[in-house]
Structure formats: structure tokens, C-alpha cells
Write a protein that binds this ligand. Structure first.
Ligand code: SR1
Ligand code: MG
Length: 413
């Protein structure tokens, strides 16, 4: 049965947090001195900032429903448990790239986290044309470290299977992805919407193009069956907090074991949308061009940084059961095989990038970069460029053997 409890706010939340020693120490003073403010803008949970005389923390609360829709869409609040466990696992591997966990309350499905300031949500930073010089390198470090470190390349099989079984319980969250990313976009569904009437013909094509539906369904099968690594599970630019120097990845409630390309492709999709939506916000001038080029540089540096770091980790610390040391005494024995593995991750990345772009234009959860373009025709033109690129990535992946092939297509689409 669904849990029933009220959202903790204001003084009630402060009183509750007083029972968590790490939180009370960080805030200082007494609960009566703490100021609570709602700061969340995500689709799923409530997020509060709590400020005390000595410091601030961030509190995430899951209600037994989807925040953006309300009680008519029930959703397990146990999603917070998986977020907590993913933060623990990824925190052990790439501590500098995730927030510190200060407390987890399984009764109230509440997570107390380090407050990150002066960080901003990457999506908002990109919308305002801000550059983040360390972004690509730090995201590559997060992705390579968290994914290699939870894969069969790094972990003994027993350990990895136990972990995969634990995260296999996050079924309500993964089902949202299974439905929304791979199925609903390609059929009529009440949750879908798009820029009407400009994109009506494009929406019809998605529903009638068998080749495209097969491509999306193959990727769905891969998401369902390929337990390659512990993924973030929803790695869009709203799940990343940034400053000029620092990058942190948040919101792991969709964490699951899945194909590495799912996280990489999701991230790539949102960076490409950021690039292509720019035309709806700024006149075509040198400044716009330079910013769009910077986003493409981030994409290239991200992929190259990821693959370099991933291969390095594999060469240096392959303690998993997948390619036993007993068979491959010399690191060079596996050079070709390691490259083949990374090539497969790239192929997956292209496909998942395509499905993510399409679902953000035709599905339920749209993105502010496109939604905030006030003129319908201009927005539709940007969206159609996104659709064209996404469709090509899905149906002709072999035309994109390198990341430069993708960035070049993004320039000319
Ligand atoms: C109700 S959940 C809608 C979407 O928001 C989240 O960020 C996930 O991407 C999900 O698909
Ligand atoms: Mg989220």
C-alpha cells in the first residue's frame, strides 16, 4: 500500500532534522534558529534548503507521488533509498563529483545532503550562455570512474551481481524510463505533447516509421537487459550542479544497472539540445556562434575524456571477473578488445542520445531551453533540427563513427 505521510516543511522539518547529528552539527544553533525554504524545480521530488547559524544543508523528500503531476500519479517514495545507495557507491569511486550524504531517513524517505553553493543548475547556466572550463573533464571523470568502478571489469562477479540485484528493485523508476523514453514517444499517449501544429507531421512520422520504432525498441531491450554498470539513470543537464571550478552530479533516484551509453547518450542529447536551442534565444552573430562552438567542444572533450579515462582505469585496475588476469597476463593482450568495448559504448550512446532528444520534444517532460522560446515558429524550427539529428543518429548510427561526426552534423543540420 502507498505510504501516507505529510510533507515536512518549515519548523516541522527543522525539528525532524534535529535528530540527525551530522545535520545539526553542520547547521549549528537550535532548530528554532533554522530557516527552511523550498528550492526544488524538478519533476519528481521536493527539495529544501535549510539554513542555520553555522551553515546550510539541502533536504530532498520523496512523496508517494510524482511532484509535477500530483497524487493522481502515485510513485514509490522508496526511490530515495536508491538515490542514497547510488550516492554511496558513486561517492566511493568519485567522491569529488557527488554531494556528501549527511543523513538518510527511510521512514520519511528523506535525504540530507551537503548544500552546494554557489553552484547553479547546468541547464540554467547553459541557457544564460555561461562557460564552465572544467565541465567536460569533470563529467568525464564522473562517468568513467562511476561506470568502470561498478562494472564487471572492476568488480568480482559475486559483488557485482549482489549490487545489480539490489538496484534491480528500483523498478518503478526504471519503468518510467522504459515507457516514456522508448515507447510512448512512438505511439499516441495522453502524456505526449508537442509544438502544435508545426510538429504534427513529425509526430505522425514517429508513429508510422517502422525502422525508427525498431531502432528505439532495440535500445529499450538493451536498457532492459544490459547490466553493464551502475548508472545515474537520468543524467540530463538539470541533474548537474556547476561553478567555474566544480561539477557535481545530483538526483540519482533513477539509478539502475544498465548500458553505459544510456547515461552518456542522455547527457549528449541535452548538450545538443542546448546547442540547437540557442538559435531561438539569440540572433545569429559571432557571440552566438562562439557559444554554440563551445558547447560542441564540451561534447568532444567529454567523449574523448571519458574514453581515455575509462581505458586507463581498465589497464591499471582490472580486478573484475570479466577478463581474468589468469588468461591475459600482459595488458597489451587486451588492447584491441578494450577499443572494441569502447566502440560498442559509443554505438549505444548515439542511439540513446537519439531517443532522449525525441522524448524531450514529443513526450511529457520537455526542456526549458526549447520551451522558453516564445515564438512558436522559431521554437518549432529549432525542434525540427533536433528531431532531424536525433532521427539520423537512431537510424544511421554507422554514419557517426566519431564524436566529431556528431558535432559536425549538429553544425549543419
Ligand atoms: C515524471 S518523471 C518525468 C521525467 O523527469 C525526470 O527528470 C525523468 O527524466 C523523467 O523521465
Ligand atoms: Mg531528476
Amino acid at each position: 500500500m502507498a505510504a501516507t505521510y505529510a510533507l515536512l516543511e518549515g519548523p516541522a522539518l527543522a525539528e525532524h532534522l534535529n535528530g540527525v547529528p551530522a545535520v545539526a552539527a553542520r547547521l549549528g544553533g537550535r532548530p528554532g534558529d533554522w530557516r527552511v525554504r523550498e528550492i526544488g524545480d524538478g519533476n519528481v521530488n521536493y527539495v529544501f534548503e535549510v539554513r542555520g547559524p553555522a551553515g546550510r544543508i539541502c533536504v530532498k523528500q520523496a512523496m508517494p507521488y510524482v511532484r509535477v503531476v500530483g497524487e493522481s500519479w502515485p510513485l514509490t517514495p522508496r526511490r530515495t533509498y536508491y538515490e542514497y545507495r547510488a550516492l554511496q557507491e558513486h561517492g566511493r569511486l568519485v567522491a569529488a563529483r557527488v554531494p556528501e550524504v549527511l543523513g538518510y531517513d527511510p521512514e520519511r524517505n528523506l535525504l540530507a545532503l551537503e548544500h552546494l553553493a554557489p553552484h547553479v543548475v547546468l541547464r540554467h547556466g547553459l541557457l544564460h550562455g555561461v562557460r564552465y572550463p572544467r565541465l567536460a573533464r569533470q563529467l568525464a571523470e564522473y562517468l568513467a570512474g562511476s561506470m568502470f568502478g561498478t562494472s564487471d571489469l572492476a568488480r568480482p562477479a559475486v559483488e557485482k551481481r549482489r549490487l545489480a540485484t539490489l538496484f534491480g528493485g528500483n523498478t518503478e523508476m526504471t519503468q518510467i524510463m522504459e515507457d516514456m523514453v522508448f515507447t510512448e514517444t512512438y505511439r499516441e499517449h495522453w502524456r505526449n505533447s508537442w509544438t502544435h501544429p508545426q510538429l504534427d507531421a513529425a509526430a505522425d512520422r514517429l508513429r508510422s516509421d517502422t525502422g525508427l520504432k525498431i531502432a528505439a525498441s532495440r535500445l529499450k531491450l538493451r536498457y532492459l537487459t544490459c547490466a553493464q554498470a551502475l548508472l545515474h539513470g537520468d543524467l540530463h543537464t538539470g541533474s548537474i550542479l556547476v561553478t567555474e571550478d566544480d561539477t557535481r552530479v545530483i538526483d540519482q533516484e533513477f539509478a539502475c544497472f544498465g548500458p553505459m551509453g544510456f547515461d552518456l547518450g542522455t547527457l549528449l542529447a541535452h548538450l545538443l539540445i542546448g546547442h540547437l536551442a540557442r538559435a531561438g534565444h539569440q540572433p545569429a552573430d559571432a557571440e552566438r556562434n562562439e557559444y554554440q562552438e563551445w558547447i560542441l567542444e564540451v561534447i568532444e572533450e567529454l567523449w574523448h575524456g571519458f574514453s581515455r579515462r575509462f581505458l586507463q582505469l581498465w589497464e591499471r585496475s582490472a580486478d573484475g571477473d570479466a577478463y581474468p588476469r589468469a588468461l591475459f597476463a600482459h595488458p597489451a593482450d587486451l588492447d584491441t578488445e578494450r577499443r572494441r568495448y569502447v566502440d560498442q559504448v559509443w554505438a549505444d550512446t548515439l542511439g540513446f542520445c537519439g531517443t532522449e532528444i525525441l522524448r524531450r520534444i514529443f513526450g511529457l517532460a520537455h526542456v526549458v531551453e526549447l520551451q522558453s522560446i516564445p515564438d512558436d515558429d522559431i521554437r518549432a524550427a529549432c525542434e525540427l533540427r533536433c528531431v532531424s539529428l536525433a532521427t539520423d543518429l537512431l537510424t544511421r548510427p554507422t554514419a557517426y563513427p566519431t564524436v566529431e561526426a556528431v558535432t559536425s552534423a549538429a553544425r549543419s543540420v
